[in-house]
Design a protein around this ligand. Structure first.
Ligand SMILES: Nc1ncnc2c1ncn2[C@@H]1O[C@H](COP(=O)(O)OP(=O)(O)OP(=O)(O)O)[C@@H](O)[C@H]1O
Length: 380
């Protein structure tokens, strides 16, 4: 991404343009598998519909919205775990996603997970050795650190994930509800850590249902509403509008609420990139007070709104061949090459492609060698 600096001398860290994510509503896991490789007719819907925003160095952005509005999906796209269907996200720096369970391997101990995740995030062995005690102490897991993570409660997993991420010093931190599952003491400590990051000028995204926390911590709020950005701007302005929406919605009768939800869900099913392109053109023409935009700009918007992610353009056969090769590689490499876990890969095989972004290949190969040596050492 080209270095962009605002007139307040702030560097652009994340730019999302016309991002969408389409999911298939497959009822069971095996249906989901089938839909990856065979032609199926499960209904589709758009969990994210044409989201654009920019985030600068030093900004703390809260992502709010009702359940299922697309907050986590958007954060996974920003952190590169899930590819968008169309549109693009440009990142200037290293992201670290803290979500309950994110990137933790259940069949390994907390201590082994610390080493693995830290290696994947680019830390060297000696840096990890140096920070290991601090990470364990911050996580408050005590002797449980040597237990397998699959036996942890969700709060314990969140504490471990949070502790690892804040000690790996990312410059773009994405916290997805991890702040709400710990106990009160841990949450206070986590908030203090986030404030420390704010003072250091990092870019922070956090998903939260705690509206008080949002007002206290965020500079800006991104309000997601049924997959769209309903509003993005200064905290007070957006939160006042959000509070008003919540209180108006609560005043509706049960029947009216159901109609409201159904209308939006229908819009999520009927969304198309073509319709979105047309509405985007109208919006821009109106804001510039023009009947038509310059042809070059209309073409640019067409291409940007229709740009499909590589992983989403593959044919079913290509997916079968690629997945077969990947499963074989993972088997040989003892399933730790990308720290994704089988469940994630089955649910979202294309995440493998995004994690092999060209700029990361060199370091991932190096880290893989490290990881292998840890595994070999452990098995001796
Ligand atoms: N892998 C998936 N396959 C199919 N649908 C999915 C998948 N992941 C998310 N969804 C759907 O996408 C929509 C958005 O989900 P998402 O988790 O992003 O919402 P959210 O705003 O984070 O919700 P919450 O506040 O409840 O955590 C939901 O309708 C969800 O069911």
């Amino acid at each position: 991404m080209d270095e962009i600096v605002t007139n307040e001398n702030r560097t652009l860290k994340v730019r999302a343009e016309y991002v969408t994510k389409q999911y298939e509503m497959a009822p069971t896991k095996s249906d989901k598998m089938k839909s990856l490789f065979l032609k199926t007719n499960f209904p589709k819907f758009w969990a994210v519909r044409g989201v654009s925003f920019e985030a600068y160095e030093g900004e703390t952005i809260a992502v709010v919205g009702t359940n299922g509005s697309g907050k986590s999906t958007l954060m996974k796209i920003v952190s590169g775990i899930v590819p968008p269907t169309t549109g693009k996200v440009e990142i200037n720096g290293e992201t670290s996603l803290i979500a309950i369970n994110a990137g933790l391997k259940g069949n390994m101990s907390g201590r082994e997970n610390i080493r693995l995740k830290a290696l994947m995030l680019g830390m060297t062995d000696s840096e990890i050795d140096e920070k290991m005690d601090d990470i364990i102490a911050f996580s408050e897991l005590g002797d449980f650190i040597d237990q397998q993570v699959k036996n942890y409660s969700s709060g314990m997993k969140s504490k471990l994930g949070f502790s690892i991420s804040v000690h790996t010093n990312p410059d773009i931190l994405i916290v997805d509800e991890a702040l709400s599952v710990g106990d009160a003491t841990f949450n206070r400590k986590s908030l203090a850590k986030i404030k420390e990051f704010q003072e250091q000028g990092k870019t922070i995204f956090f998903v939260s249902h705690s509206l008080g926390q949002v007002r206290e911590m965020a500079d800006k709020v991104l309000w997601m509403h049924y997959g769209e950005v309903r509003q993005f701007g200064p905290t007070k302005e957006v939160m006042d509008a959000y509070d008003k929406f919540v209180s108006d919605y609560k005043k509706l009768s049960g029947k009216e609420q159901a109609k409201y939800r159904n209308d939006y869900r229908k819009a999520q099913q009927e969304f198309t990139v073509d319709k979105f392109y047309e509405s985007e053109l109208k919006k821009q023409r109106k804001s510039l007070n023009l009947d038509v935009l310059p042809a070059k700009e209309e073409t640019r918007i067409y291409e940007a709104t229709h740009k499909r992610h590589l992983a989403e353009t593959w044919s079913k056969t290509e997916k079968i061949v690629f997945t077969g090769l990947v499963l074989l590689t993972l088997f040989v490499a003892d399933k730790v090459v990308l720290n994704l876990g089988m469940k994630n890969i089955i649910e979202n095989p294309s995440s493998l492609v995004t994690n092999w972004a060209p700029s990361k290949i060199h370091s991932l190969n190096e880290r893989h060698a490290h990881i292998q040596s840890i595994r070999n050492g452990k098995e001796k």
